[in-house]
Design a protein around this ligand. Structure first.
Ligand code: SAM
Length: 288
């Protein structure tokens, strides 16, 4: 395992993923019933933006730093507030020095009745995550392969909640593994909300995954919905940092698509690199 999220923390892909994560958790807060967040590939939790890794690529400078300075409509300010309030809480002096990863964003939006399970396999990242969540009785960090945890941890006993599937896509077969693990998990818990992150490099790989997931969702009883979001900040050049990423959301809250239609157009200018960014938001078809 070579992947270190510290190089990428707070980049455009994190920003889009974490806005969506926070919108879904905010929706889950509307009902008093407890929910559980299952983060299958959780990362280190908190990233030092002054570290060598973060400084080297400087990816956060074109991600969270741009968003924090963007002029947004009142509506988008309100919709991104739950996420940005958490980022601000980790930067109390105003200057951006730290970036919270998905477990801390989830944790920041949980109520006393809610729970978080976070899997992280890389020992240093896991140790860091255990450190930031120490003494936290609502959060559990597990030393378990996320691909095993995904089917094993569902359905949660609360029967409400969200599974974030955010692997590093280092292995060549990661798209296939994701499809297989999702299929087993979804069969056990067809009413859960699943958020699947993917890099957009091969159109064939992404379309195959999206169609397979959409087919499974459509065949469930009652049928589940899917929402596909892709965000591209620049054309992808060979060997360059990732410029386009996707999220596939299974059983999204009915409010999410409308919220994203408000938020995403306002992120095209601030997050674009050498021109405006572009997004795609659609309900995917199960068949080509
Ligand atoms: N979800 C995090 C966030 O949004 O802040 C970022 C996670 S990063 C993209 C992927 C993480 O998965 C890395 O920290 C990596 O060490 C970890 N990882 C890689 N393979 C894994 C596996 N099989 N099971 C669990 N974690 C794994």
């Amino acid at each position: 395992m070579n992947y270190r999220h510290a190089f990428h923390a707070g980049n455009f892909a994190d920003v889009i993923k974490h806005i969506v994560l926070a919108r879904i958790i905010t929706y889950l807060q509307d009902k008093p019933g407890a929910f559980r967040i299952i983060d299958t590939h959780a990362g280190a939790g908190l990233y030092d933006l002054e570290s060598d890794e973060a400084q080297r690529g400087g990816e956060w400078l074109t991600g969270i730093a741009r968003l924090m300075q963007a002029r947004l409509s009142n509506e988008t300010v309100a919709l991104t507030k739950p996420y940005l309030d958490i980022v601000r809480a980790f930067n109390p002096k105003g200057e951006l020095k730290a970036y919270p990863g998905s477990p801390l964003i989830a944790r920041g939006l949980m109520r006393p009745q809610d729970r978080l399970v976070a899997c992280e396999l890389e020992p240093k990242a896991r140790k860091a995550l255990i450190g930031v969540l120490r003494h936290d009785e609502q959060a559990r960090v597990v030393d378990l392969d996320g691909w095993m945890a995904l089917p094993a941890f569902v359905p949660p006993k609360e029967r409400r909640g969200l599974v974030l599937i955010d692997p590093p896509f280092e292995a060549k077969d990661e798209f296939e593994r994701l499809g297989e693990a999702f299929s087993t998990a979804f069969a056990k818990w067809p009413t859960g909300i699943y958020v699947i992150w993917y890099p957009v490099k091969s159109r064939r790989a992404t379309d195959t995954l999206v169609q397979a997931v959409a087919r499974l969702a459509a065949a469930a009883k009652p049928p589940g919905d899917c929402l596909r979001l892709e965000f591209s900040v620049a054309p992808q050049l060979d060997g360059a940092a990732l410029t386009s990423s996707g999220l596939l959301i299974v059983n999204p809250p009915y409010t999410l698509q409308g919220e994203l239609k408000t938020i995403l157009p306002e992120l095209e200018m601030p997050l674009g690199q050498g021109g405006a960014a572009r997004f795609r938001l659609e309900v995917p078809k199960p068949y080509p």
